[in-house]
Design a protein around this ligand. Structure first.
Ligand code: HEC
Length: 151
């Protein structure tokens, strides 16, 4: 937070427009998409707390699922060509660009699975929520396995 406000203060002081800065440098795009993924991971961790019964916020599941659904629409654009892990420090595998259609399909599956969890969550049925959550988790793995460096 401190870092961000410092950056904003500097930008304001210099009267910088976004055009004055070099935008979409590969390193920054990589940083950006990793932050998108972290956000998705944060929502998954929150839902996991509910599914495991650690917290009682069952009515929050749809909020998190809808947030993941919104983020899912930002995934493919965050992987422009030239941001592979041959030249940069990223866990994204070159296979993403060799098999772009497959990667898009995997992103679409994230969209579908998160929308499904959001709609199932409305029922409040914990069993159904757990199943839909499991399916959503599989959608993560179905993309990470072929397209991300093994962690
Ligand atoms: C369409 C493919 C795709 C889907 C679907 C996907 N991911 Fe990812 N994810 C990636 C790729 C590729 C990376 C590596 C990005 C990089 O390092 O540049 C990544 C990285 C991550 C990271 C590490 C971010 C960091 O700090 O470097 C987390 C956490 C993550 N994903 C969570 C998730 C979760 C949770 C889901 C499912 C709800 C999910 N992802 C679905 C492709 C996907």
């Amino acid at each position: 937070m401190k870092k961000l406000s410092a950056v904003l203060a500097i930008a304001a002081a210099l009267g910088l427009s976004s055009q004055a800065l070099a935008v979409d440098e590969p390193e920054n795009v990589i940083k950006y998409r990793q932050a998108v993924m972290k956000a998705i991971g944060g929502h998954m961790a929150s839902i996991a707390g509910v599914v495991k019964g650690e917290v009682s916020f069952t009515d929050h599941v749809a909020i998190h699922a809808n947030s993941i659904n919104a983020m899912s629409k930002a995934v493919t654009a965050a992987f422009p060509e030239g941001t592979d892990n041959g030249s940069y420090k990223t866990a994204a595998l070159p296979k993403i660009w060799e098999d772009w259609a497959g990667f898009e399909k995997a992103a679409q599956a994230l969209d579908t699975a998160s929308a499904n969890l959001a709609s199932v969550a409305a029922s409040g049925d914990k069993q159904q929520i757990a199943v839909a959550f499991g399916d959503l988790g599989k959608a993560c793995g179905a993309c990470h396995k072929p397209y991300r460096v093994k962690q």
